[in-house]
Design a protein around this ligand. Sequence first.
Ligand SMILES: *Cc1c(COP(=O)(O)O)cnc(C)c1O
Length: 383
Amino acid sequence: MGDRKDKSEGVTALETGVLDPVRVDRVTESRLASVDMADLAFGSVFTDHMFLMTFEDGAWRDPEIVPYGPLSLEPGVMTFHYSQSLFEGLKAYRDREGAIRLFRPEMNARRMQESCEYLAVPPLPDGAFEAALAAYLTVDAAWVPALPDHALYLRPIMFSIEPHLEVRPSDRYLFVVIGSPVGTYFGTGSKRLSLIVEETLARVAPGSGMGAAKASANYTLSLRASRQARERGYDQVIWLDGAEHRYVEEAGLMNLFAVVEGTVVTPPLDGNILPGITRDSILALLRHWGMGVEERRVDVDQLIQGIDAGRVSEVFAAGTAAVISPVGRIGRRGRDHDLPPAPEPSIANGLRKTLTDIQFGRTNDPFGWSKVVVPAETAGNPA
Ligand SMILES: *Cc1c(COP(=O)(O)O)cnc(C)c1O
């Protein structure tokens, strides 16, 4: 990457104030015109460019933005063998003025540093994550859609690129940012999810702490269970704790909430659960609104009994991609337990509306969560 020749005439440098000047090699022709933003399948289209930075000789160096395309890696690269691989997920939003905004990116930056700790990967220096995203978004600004509820989903990833078979932390890594324009995650957003309680598999080894890391390997572990869930006619699983198979942890790859007799309950961050930024924002909003909130362990039997007895008015899942997804049905041991019809107004819908209004800069933002990273003047012609 550092040895790529500056052949293209289009090479410029971008000053970020944090990173070394970012070398920018622009595409000669954008693919944007060929993309139908009104008809996007999640995560299937990528923008013109990608951001790359290498960890080598003890430091993160050589930031650059280059045309999106294949990476060349030897099969001996350690990430293929020992999975030192992690990622982040967040969205860039276009506001009414045309500026591009991020939602609490410092939380993603910190979580990526924490994921690095778990995986023995050298973290990015403070501020580098945000600077990389801002540089990438400046170059691919036109890819942030202007359609309602559409956004540019950002995937920062980090993985080992040292060819070596010894089992030890690698000496070389690559940090990459790619982006994919997205519409609403679960189609219309009106369909409620059906979940099945996973009775045997676990998402993470209890006590490993790995549940709190956005490690690619955690996703690998989830694949078999989610495939089985779909084969049985459910959208996703509800994970129980790996030690006792008794306490509810997450809904697939989203954090889980239940409204029990008016109080919003969600499992605590105990190392098995991914500290979702949507989760954190939901808790902050509910407390701001003066609503009852409890972070406590949720016994799956009590949850099911509560649903059957009508004490649970709503269950919903939360994460950046889909924001808030109401749950309509939970299957357990061959029986389905249906949630009542969504109350009007529902807590889930209220949260979704306020969160997305803040994310798109449509409403007052008491927490200062939404940050303009590319001003309207330089944010390109929206797609
Ligand atoms: C990313 C993720 C979430 C949601 O986190 P957000 O920051 O809200 O997007 C929830 N659970 C798992 C397992 C995740 O990987």
